[in-house]
Ligand binder design. Sequence first.
Ligand SMILES: CCc1c(F)c(F)c(S(N)(=O)=O)c(F)c1F
Ligand SMILES: [Zn+2]
Length: 262
Amino acid sequence: MAQSVWGYDSDNGPDRWHENYPMAKGDKQSPIEINSKDVHHDSSLAPWHASYDPGSAKTILNNGRTCRVVFDDSFDRSVLRGGPLTGAYRLRQLHLHWGSSDDHGSEHVIDGVKYAAELHMVHWNPKHGNFARALKQPDGVAVVGIFLKVGKTPKPEMKRILAEIDNIKTKGKEAPFQHFDPSILFPKSRDYWTYHGSFTTPPCEECITWILLREPIEVSSDQMAKLRSLSKNGENEPLNPLVDNWRPLQPVKGRIVKASFK
Ligand SMILES: CCc1c(F)c(F)c(S(N)(=O)=O)c(F)c1F
Ligand SMILES: [Zn+2]
């Protein structure tokens, strides 16, 4: 009997990940709840800067667990600098986590608020040579997290990603996705929280400097419905909607969350 690959269902979900990925029970796991009363304002935190080359965007794919846009990270082409980071981190991919309805879906929770979705832009530190080695280092990876809040107005900058969904409906489907600068997705404010944590999926390595943007971007309910039209199943398999691909909150274990703002 083949071991069931990890996922978000009852037989392979977050409570069982530790069976194949022991890091899942570590002391610096993500996501966590951010409580503003416990946050430390750190006036020494620098602003962060993204300089992305739209030409580095390559493909968009449905891997059965999320919708992911992949970038050329073979050199310092699209990089994130500043904030809590030392040096330039290369943009490798972006993906999302979302719920089965508009009232939940984000992984991090802010003062009890769950957003409809959370977008992650994953960057890695080239001083470690490659991504596989970087994910074994405490300063190996930096993820910018952007919350998606449902409102009346659709986010035009999300339209490009959502338009591709029709071409990657089922698991394993991939399509070209070029000439895309993901910094158009950023909200106006650069305010952020930062803390040290892990991948929110297996292998759950504790290699991430999280940079969570305080200002959510607004999307429409129709845009969320579009995201939920993705399927976990492959073509010609029984329909299994790709929804609720978020990990529950993990213990903070004494970690300090810093804020770039008062
Ligand atoms: C191993 C590939 C990978 C993920 F699968 C993933 F879910 C995340 S996450 N949700 O923490 O941003 C990453 F950062 C990441 F690099
Ligand atoms: Zn993620």
